[in-house]
Design a binder for this molecule. Structure first.
Ligand code: SF4
Length: 255
C-alpha cells in the first residue's frame, strides 16, 4: 500500500470513529449536563462527582463493547436509574451469543431478581417448554428484558427507567445482531414500538425495532393466568420458526 493510500485509509477510519462517537455524545456527557432529577441524593452525588472530575459515564451504554461478557461486567453495577439501588441482582440476559432470535420481556420479576437470570420462574419454565415444542432450546436463542433491574412489586417500567436502560438493550442487540426480535407481552411490545395499541392488534404481523424485524407474542406469565391463550401463543412460535427458517424479514413477505 502506498503512503498516500495508507494516509487515506487512516483518515477514513478516524472519520468513521468520530461519526460513531457523535451518536453517543449524550452518554459520554460531552455536550450537556446530565439530568439527575430521577436519582436519589446518593446516586446524584456519585454522578456529579464523576462529571466534575471529568470522568466519563461509569456505566456507558455504548463503549462500544466487543462482547456481551465485556458489556455485562462493565455495567452490572449500574445506577443510571433508581432501580439500581433496590435490586438484589442485575439481570443482563442469557442464551447464545450467536442467537438468530432474541426474546425481550419488560423487566425481571422476583425470581429473576433473586438469581440474576432472565425468565427463570414458572413463566420461564413455560417459555422453555414452548420452545422445546418447536424444537428449540433456551441455549440457542437469547432472552433478556428492557430493564435489567426489577421494578418494585413488578410494576410497569417507568419512562425515565426505560430512557436509561433501553440504551443497554440497543447495545446488546448491536453485539448480538440477530435475525429477528420477539417481544414477550404487551408491555414489552408497546414500550419498544412506542404505541398504546392492544396486544391483539400487534400480534400476527411483523414490525421493526432498531432496523430488525420485530414479532410480538404473549408473555408466558399471561399464559399461566389464561391457558386458553396457549394454542394461539404456540402458533405464534410456529410462525416465528417458519420466518427464521425461510429468512423472512419484511412485513410484506409474511403470509
Ligand atoms: S434498570 Fe437499567 S438503567 Fe436502571 S439501574 Fe438497572 S441497569 Fe441501570
Amino acid at each position: 500500500m502506498s503512503a498516500d493510500s495508507r494516509a487515506r485509509s487512516t483518515k477514513d477510519t478516524l472519520i468513521s470513529y468520530l461519526e460513531y462517537l457523535s451518536h453517543y455524545e449524550k452518554d459520554l456527557y460531552l455536550d450537556s449536563t446530565p439530568d439527575f432529577s430521577a436519582l436519589d441524593a446518593k446516586q446524584a452525588a456519585s454522578h456529579t462527582e464523576n462529571s466534575i472530575s471529568g470522568s466519563l459515564d461509569p456505566y456507558p451504554a455504548h463503549a462500544p463493547y466487543k462482547s456481551l461478557a465485556e458489556m455485562e461486567s462493565s455495567i452490572k453495577g449500574c445506577l443510571r436509574c433508581p432501580l439500581g439501588s433496590s435490586r438484589n441482582k442485575f439481570v443482563y440476559g442469557g442464551g447464545s451469543s450467536e442467537a438468530k432470535v432474541v426474546f425481550i420481556g419488560e423487566a425481571p420479576g422476583a425470581e429473576e431478581d433473586k438469581r440474576g437470570i432472565p425468565f427463570i420462574g414458572r413463566a420461564g419454565k413455560l417459555l422453555d417448554h414452548m420452545l422445546s415444542e418447536i424444537g428449540w432450546s433456551r441455549d440457542e436463542v437469547y432472552i433478556c428484558n428492557i430493564l435489567k433491574c426489577r421494578p418494585p412489586n413488578n410494576r410497569d417500567p417507568q419512562p425515565e427507567e426505560i430512557a436509561e436502560c433501553e440504551l443497554f438493550l440497543h447495545e446488546q442487540l448491536r453485539i448480538l445482531n440477530p435475525q429477528i426480535l420477539v417481544a414477550l407481552g404487551r408491555v414489552s411490545a408497546q414500550t419498544l414500538l412506542r404505541t398504546k395499541a392492544p396486544l391483539r392488534d400487534l400480534r400476527s404481523r411483523l414490525h421493526k425495532y432498531q432496523d430488525k424485524p420485530f414479532w410480538v407474542t404473549y408473555h408466558p406469565a399471561a399464559l399461566l393466568r389464561n391457558q386458553n391463550l396457549m394454542p394461539t401463543a404456540q402458533q405464534d412460535l410456529i410462525t416465528l420458526k417458519k420466518m427464521v427458517e425461510e429468512g423472512i424479514t419484511e412485513p410484506d413477505s409474511l403470509i
